[in-house]
Design a protein around this ligand. Structure first.
Ligand code: NAD
Ligand code: TDX
Length: 369
């Protein structure tokens, strides 16, 4: 297949996972260039790509729904590998405003598939790969004793976000089955790490600890997620590009199930320990309870549950392990320690992305809880 071709198109490369993928891939492959196509929604940020050599990474500000633009990029750069991250990705936003999720995730994915089909399959066709980045949420919610999600599990999406991702997965599958587009899909569990927008659980709790703001726990805090460091997700995607069989789906996860309340305990403990070890943190973040030794756990606040809140996700990664040789490199302990250190060291980044519109949205979110 074409994964060793020179230029990749990465959609959503200015978002959290996309930017981490671009950085990891360029560091691993000195012979490759990447074109990033990103609409720079609230979640996309040029800062996420700061410091990358512009000769190796070209940024194009545009929408994946612009099929003509995607066709032009594929042709002009001779691109044979497309890695598709671009999406609306936050479940709470899909509850307050589902339309954007249909537009970006369903219409947007279909636009990319149409462009790829036109450019790669016209005439006698060219070798190519369309890799679709999806989520474990398409499989629905597990009971406490259910086995983890396998690739053959029935799709049972419960939120507008997961329904829109499920629809996109089906379109990718259909373009393979009907038109023979060479696709692979990875369905991954919850990611955490650098450049994650502070609306998702881990970065939100970290930033709120530093500001001395409430730590909102939805419901009883016993919902379970399977957490994976973003670098390990990106490694899995590269393995799927290299070794994945066209038309196949691979589940990627960390075998690391934790209830939300435990995640918050670990974060508050890590912030308290960081302040105890480093006297420069208290004057930098005087509103944090860690600054005067009270401890961040005092900020925990139980709030009204997320509507339709899935109880448990867990990934069975055996297919990715056996077919792709996939293994995470980070443990949850090493991954979380690196992430806490990154947010402490990159205060200008998170202050810049948390602009006025974000704060308005957050206030609106919690007004009814
Ligand atoms: P993110 O919200 O941080 O980034 C999404 C990016 O897509 C942003 O840069 C945004 O500007 C861009 N984008 C949105 N709509 C676009 C459009 N119409 N055209 C071009 N660009 C557009 O998301 P993320 O957390 O990095 O997730 C990336 C992908 O991985 C998504 O497809 C998501 O469903 C999937 N995923 C995420 C997780 C997770 O834990 N975050 C887990 C599994 C799968
Ligand atoms: O303030 C909060 N309080 C809280 O209790 C937030 C933001 C979340 N939660 C809970 C809800 C979930 O049970 O924490 C858990 C994780 O929440 P999110 O970070 O919003 O992630 P989740 O809803 O599990 O979805 C994520 O994982 C799969 C990503 O956002 C998706 O893009 C990905 O596909």
């Amino acid at each position: 297949m074409s994964t060793d071709r020179q230029t990749l198109l990465v959609t959503g490369g200015a978002g959290f996972i996309g930017a981490n993928f671009v950085r990891q891939r360029l560091a691993q492959r000195s012979d490759e260039r990447i074109v990033v196509l990103d609409a720079l929604t609230y979640a996309g940020n040029r800062r996420n790509l700061a410091g990358i050599d512009p000769d190796r990474c070209e940024f194009v500000h545009g929408d994946i729904r612009d099929t003509a633009l995607v066709e032009r990029l594929l042709r002009e750069h001779g691109i044979r590998t497309l890695v598709h991250f671009a999406a609306e990705s936050h479940v709470d936003r899909s509850i307050s405003g589902p339309d954007a999720f249909i537009d970006a995730n369903v219409i947007g994915t279909h636009s990319l598939l149409k462009a790829a089909r036109t450019v790669w399959l016209s005439g006698s066709g060219v070798p190519h790969r369309f890799h679709h980045v999806s989520t474990d949420e398409v499989y629905g919610s597990l009971g406490p004793h259910d086995p983890p999600f396998e690739e053959t599990n029935q799709y049972q999406p419960n939120s507008p976000y997961s329904a829109s991702k499920a629809a996109s997965d089906h379109l990718v599958r259909a373009y393979h089955h009907t038109f023979h587009l060479e696709v692979t899909t990875t369905n991954c569990s919850n990611n955490y790490g650098p450049f994650q927008f502070p609306e998702k659980l881990i970065p939100l709790m970290l930033v709120n600890c530093l500001h001395g703001r409430p730590l909102p726990i939805y419901g009883d805090g016993m919902n379970i997620r399977d957490w994976l460091h973003v670098d390990d997700h990106c490694r899995g995607i590269t393995l799927a590009l290299e070794k994945g069989r066209p038309g196949e789906v691979y589940n990627i996860g960390g075998e690391n199930e934790r209830p939300n309340i435990e995640i918050v305990q670990r974060i508050t403990g890590a912030i308290d320990a960081a302040f105890a070890a480093d006297p420069s943190l208290a004057p930098r973040f005087p509103s944090s309870p860690a600054a005067d030794g009270r401890g961040c756990w005092s900020l925990v606040t139980y709030v009204k549950d997320r509507p339709g809140h899935d109880r448990r996700y867990a990934i069975d990664p055996r297919k990715a392990q056996s077919e792709l040789g996939y293994r995470p490199h980070e443990t949850f302990e090493t991954g979380l320690a690196k992430t806490v250190a990154w947010y402490l060291a990159n205060e200008p980044w998170w202050r810049a992305v948390m602009d006025g519109s974000y704060r308005d949205w957050l206030e609106h979110q919690y007004a009814g809880r």
